[in-house]
Design a protein around this ligand. Structure first.
Ligand code: PLP
Length: 386
């Protein structure tokens, strides 16, 4: 089965990991700091806190922004559950904004309408903006709404390391308080498991550093008790063990050196799909001119009505041909856990999207032969139903 995505590990990556394995520190050494600095230099953010997953980073980002049980967080339902679960970990309520039918990202008009008609005491404290498939959402417009309605923004940039709005990398937090990246194997670069939150705000940085490590600080300047000894440390908050280890960070450092190359390879694959599959009843994600996407996913929406075929049938036919297509995403509100919490209304564009969207393979290392096979199979399947 050709997977929809997978990691690419080089000999250099293996060498980088081996070096740490042979060193004195396999966790809590200097490699994590180096990785954090390299990511910050790349995206041009002042601070970065690496963790063991983007899920953990989203959690501590919400805590750093003081999200509490009587607060509300808004996000899109067309995302992985982690974009919403971070609110639930803090006991906060989640509500969802619809997506734009062309960009598959948050629909800023719907966001504005929803903000306008929401009572002041029910407005969100945090908006989690997902850069779906690595295509940046309309951050400038969202930022204006942030200033008007006074909510905080966390960019869920799990798909978007290397993506840009004009010349600004996602993660520079030009239009947000924080940005979170994932280093899960299918993401632009991997540390196996891992995540990082970037910010330009020192207070958020300091709090997140503590939260990822049990709420502990070893910084004398921050101590409540002025005890200056090597044996001393202070737990000031209730934190977690969300630490990244040095082995993962070493892999991340090495992977980062290939990020631009990998994103270019993904972009080339998507261009090829667009060229070969044009004039068929399918729709690709609309990309906004001033943005550059990472092409973390390549989603096509199939015109099933025109083809007179069911979604399941279409999906299974491609799977039987060994093409590991996938769905990104089932609306979060349709999950039994969220259904039990509240009667969430179905969002029109989100529903339309997920009933016809499939992710086709895109990853560095996808051979031309396989790419041609995917295109031919897809094209033949569609043409046979026209
Ligand atoms: C949009 C989005 N947010 C958050 C996550 C969670 O990332 P992680 O697996 O690193 O916790 C993912 C992972 O698939 C994701 O796609």
């Amino acid at each position: 089965m050709i997977p929809y995505s997978k990691q690419k590990i080089t000999n250099k990556d293996i060498h980088s990991v081996n070096k740490v394995l042979k060193s004195n520190f396999i966790t809590q050494g200097k490699t994590i700091e180096i990785f954090e600095k390299k990511i910050c230099n790349f995206v041009k953010a002042k601070f970065g806190v690496a963790s063991n997953s983007a899920t953990s980073s989203l959690h501590i980002a919400c805590l750093a922004l003081d999200l509490k049980s009587n607060d509300i967080l808004w996000t899109v339902a067309n995302s992985f559950v982690a974009s919403a679960n971070c609110a639930r970990y803090c006991g906060a309520t989640v509500d969802f904004v619809d997506i734009n039918p062309n960009t598959f990202n948050i629909d800023v008009d719907h966001l504005e309408r929803k903000l306008k008609k929401t009572k002041k005491n029910k407005l969100p404290k945090i908006l989690v903006v997902v850069h779906f498939a690595g295509e940046p959402a309309e951050m400038k417009k969202i930022y204006k709404l942030k200033l008007k309605y006074k909510f905080k923004i966390i960019e869920d940039a799990s798909h978007a390391l290397g993506a840009k709005i004009k010349n600004n990398f996602i993660g520079s937090c030009k239009y947000s308080d924080l940005a979170v990246f994932s280093f899960h194997p299918v993401k632009p670069i991997t540390t196996a498991e891992g995540g990082i939150a970037t910010t330009n705000k020192k207070d958020l940085y300091v709090k997140m550093q503590m939260l990822r490590n049990h709420g502990i600080t070893r910084d004398l300047k921050l101590y409540k008790n002025k005890i200056n000894h090597h044996w001393y440390y202070e737990q000031q908050l209730l934190g977690f063990n969300y630490r990244m280890n040095d082995i993962e960070a070493a892999l991340g450092i090495s992977q980062l050196s290939n990020l631009i190359k990998y994103n270019k390879q993904r972009s080339k694959i998507v261009k090829y799909y667009k060229k070969i599959l044009k004039n068929l009843p399918i729709k690709f994600q609309n990309l906004i001119g001033e943005n550059s996407s990472t092409h973390h996913l390549c989603v096509i929406k199939i015109n099933l009505k025109k083809l007179k075929i069911s979604y399941n049938n279409f999906f299974e036919k491609l799977r039987k041909k060994n093409i590991g297509i996938n769905l990104h995403y089932l609306p979060i509100y349709s999950q039994p856990y969220y259904q039990k919490l509240k009667k969430y209304p179905k969002l029109k564009n989100t529903e339309d999207y997920y009933r016809s969207a499939i992710s086709i393979p895109v990853f560095p290392g996808l051979s031309e032969k396989k790419l041609r096979y995917i295109c031919e199979t897809l094209k033949n399947l569609i043409l046979s139903h026209l």
